[in-house]
Design a protein around this ligand. Structure first.
Ligand code: G3H
Ligand code: 13P
Ligand code: ZN
Length: 314
């Protein structure tokens, strides 16, 4: 059942966070749905602009509708991750997405508001909801590049939310995309979340760049021929603390890519004579499902499905 992120956030606020998982292909789709159904978790599927152009945007949209039929128990939102205005408008018209992210965070405040407001008006008119971003994550997010963290300013966040009418806000608190998040110890600015929550009580916040980059996963990849050095991620024991401060959506992409990479490297290392894609694919799907189910336990979303269904009366 495809629902909006807003409906999921209303149930989760202050208690747990929804996993927002980026996927690109069929094997990830199967593992994602299986893992969430197995762990009885509502969830968010994130489709990036890059994912939409990897094969074809229609292929992804159709996969979402078909997954909905194959897994009737699943309760999920279909969300555009880091969209520009054109991508948002396209998803709003698709009839499949229930939520879009407009990322105009590279623009100065008033311009960000202007663009975001146009997307909000179009989305709300069709029953979709909107996430937007204020502040910049260090590194690369789709087409946006930033040399350093530009932390979200709480007073600007309040102004931005009121001016735009958005449904959730992505905040920059020290996380970043990819597998190399911290040079030394991890430093997350939970004080920023706390201040935003005081100004916007009950308003759903989003944490991007929240993969944990497990050292054991990286070690297995490297033992099978990888050369990923100096990788580090977000300590997952922080997720529930973030949830208490209003974070209802936690974005995870890199960790899923690491599972894919580990399975495929180990498979072809151990079976150098093989060339059938279904060999590693058959291992990857349940491994990815297991990864999703374990992540949902850390997010607190595991086991929430029946309550969410009852609250949605669906
Ligand atoms: O924020 C970026 C997400 O991890 C999506 O990555 O643009 O390579 O699909 P991508
Ligand atoms: P990671 O790179 O930490 O998985 O973050 C993904 C993300 O924020 C997608 O929008
Ligand atoms: Zn992101």
């Amino acid at each position: 059942m495809i629902v909006t992120t807003k409906e999921l956030f209303q149930q989760a606020y202050g208690k747990y966070a929804l996993g927002a998982y980026n996927i690109n292909n069929l094997e990830q789709t199967m593992g994602l749905f299986k893992g969430n159904v197995d762990s009885k978790a509502p969830f968010i599927v994130q489709l990036s602009k890059g994912a939409r152009s990897y094969t074809h945007k229609r292929m992804l949209e159709t996969m979402m509708q078909t997954a909905d039929e194959i897994f009737p128990e699943a309760v999920f939102a279909v969300h555009l991750d880091h969209g520009d205005e054109a991508a948002c408008m396209d998803c709003i018209d698709s009839g499949v997405y229930s939520s879009v992210m407009i990322d105009a965070s590279q623009e100065e405040l008033e311009k960000n508001i202007e663009i975001t407001k146009r997307v909000v008006d179009a989305a709300h008119a069709k029953g979709l909801v909107v996430e937007a971003e204020l502040g910049l994550l260090k590194g690369i997010e789709e087409d946006i590049k930033s040399e350093g963290h530009v932390f979200t300013k709480p007073s600007e966040a309040e102004y931005f939310v009121k001016q735009t009418g958005i449904d959730s806000l992505a905040c920059a608190i020290g996380t970043s995309h990819g597998a190399f998040k911290f040079a030394g110890e991890q430093k997350l600015r939970f004080d920023i979340l706390e201040d935003i929550q005081k100004l916007l009580p009950g308003f759903p916040l989003v944490m991007h760049g929240s993969s944990s980059v497990p050292p054991e996963e990286v070690a297995r990849i490297n033992a099978a021929g990888g050369t990923i050095n100096g990788a580090s991620g977000v300590d997952a024991s922080q997720f529930l603390g973030a949830a208490k401060l209003g974070v209802t959506k936690i974005n995870i992409d890199t960790d899923g890519r690491l599972v894919w990479c580990r399975v495929h490297r180990e498979f072809f290392r151990d079976h150098p004579e093989q060339f059938d894609l279904r060999g590693p694919g058959k291992i990857f799907i349940p491994e990815y499902a297991k990864f999703i189910a374990a992540k949902n336990v850390l997010l607190g979303s595991a086991g929430q499905l029946d309550e969410v269904r009852a609250a949605l009366k669906k």
